[in-house]
Design a protein around this ligand. Structure first.
Ligand SMILES: NC(=O)C1=CN([C@@H]2O[C@H](COP(=O)(O)OP(=O)(O)OC[C@H]3O[C@@H](n4cnc5c(N)ncnc54)[C@H](OP(=O)(O)O)[C@@H]3O)[C@@H](O)[C@H]2O)C=CC1
Ligand SMILES: CC(C)(CO)C(=O)C(=O)O
Length: 298
């Protein structure tokens, strides 16, 4: 099993910075950022502040492929990110997409081949970004793996070994497709509700009407999961509510942060994807249709 030595990351935002600072500290000289000339210039000038400490990262050199590439851009930037990482992908490169939603791995597998892509996502307290300043309390895990991890593949073990060496907390779910859908149900509820109401997690935790709104949207997502025969669909809404209740009350979902910063939201990979799948399966999703309409109109 070939050890992962050189790691590159694209998307030095809220989630990317949490991982980049850890990899920078634990893989000296072997961790780099993939960024275009404009972003490189800005990063050289301003650095990134993580919990108040300035970080200056090295940039990836396309003459040597990375052993692993982590993608942490927003979904709208995935096509650009794919072009940007292409020169850094070699025959042994393993790609992990930390994007929310259930589609990015498929898009990456179509471009680079399924043998180079693992499923993954970030779950925990939200990471907060304002400009080049990111704050996070360390409460998170990376969930990753192949679709079925009852017998972990070499690639899964390689990434597990990297995370062990660098102290990145992780879990390898046996059924990664079910886990990805569980995360999707959580995002459908908490990202969309916090963005619609423009309130942090504490509001959902205290206000039963807000939590009911989140539950209605999550029940629809879990209903579609059931139609698609995703394992554990019937437990996903209750589990998602538990996750929302465990968030830090002042925490803001990535979608609420986008709304507040005037950035485009990722509603297309949440309610947008759900509405498309609902039309295919014939499952009614009126709450998510309304959320899609409102959030796309911002
Ligand atoms: N924030 C959170 O707590 C969580 C977020 N997620 C998910 O993780 C993903 C990333 O979210 P988040 O970190 O919040 O997003 P951010 O908007 O904070 O960060 C995205 C970063 O990607 C950079 N970027 C965009 N296009 C490119 C490009 N072509 N080349 C290089 N860099 C690029 C942006 O740079 P620039 O600003 O210059 O455009 C920005 O630094 C999303 O899918 C989100 O849903 C998942 C769990 C938690
Ligand atoms: C992990 C969670 C739910 C944190 O808010 C998230 O995925 C997001 O903000 O996009």
């Amino acid at each position: 099993m070939k050890e992962i030595e050189h790691v590159a990351l694209i998307g030095l935002g809220a989630v990317g910075t949490v991982l980049a600072t850890r990899l920078h500290d634990r893989l000296p000289g072997r961790f780099t950022i993939i960024a275009d000339a404009g972003r490189q210039e800005k990063l050289r000038r301003q650095g990134i502040l993580f919990n108040g400490k300035r970080y200056d990262f090295a940039f990836a050199d396309a003459s040597r492929p990375a052993d692993s590439i982590l993608i942490a851009t927003k979904a709208v930037a995935l096509p650009e990110a794919i072009e940007a990482i292409t020169p850094h992908v070699g025959p042994q490169t393993l790609i992990l997409s930390l994007l929310n939603g259930i589609d990015s791995e498929q898009t990456l597998a179509e471009r680079f081949g399924p043998e180079r892509v693992l499923y993954s996502y970030f779950l925990g307290h939200p990471s907060l970004r304002e400009g080049n300043s990111v704050a996070h309390d360390g409460e998170y895990r990376i969930y990753f793996g192949e679709a079925d991890n009852r017998c972990p593949s070499d690639n899964v073990r390689r990434i597990g070994a990297l995370f062990d060496r660098t102290g990145i907390p992780y879990e390898i779910p046996q059924d990664m497709i079910s886990a990805l859908w569980q995360k999707f149900v959580i995002n459908i509820g908490c990202n969309q509700t916090t963005a619609l109401l423009r309130r942090p997690y504490g509001h959902l935790q205290r206000n039963e009407r807000a939590m009911t709104l989140a539950r209605r949207m999550m029940e629809e997502a879990a209903g579609v999961a059931g139609m698609l025969k995703i394992a554990g669909a019937e437990r996903m809404t209750d589990r998602a509510e538990e996750v929302i209740r465990s968030m830090n009350p002042e925490g803001k979902s990535s979608m609420l942060q986008d709304v507040e910063a005037g950035r485009p939201t990722e509603v297309d990979i949440f309610a947008g994807t759900l509405c498309r799948l609902a039309a295919e399966t014939g499952y009614p999703v009126p709450w998510n249709r309304a959320a899609l309409q409102i959030l796309s109109a911002l």
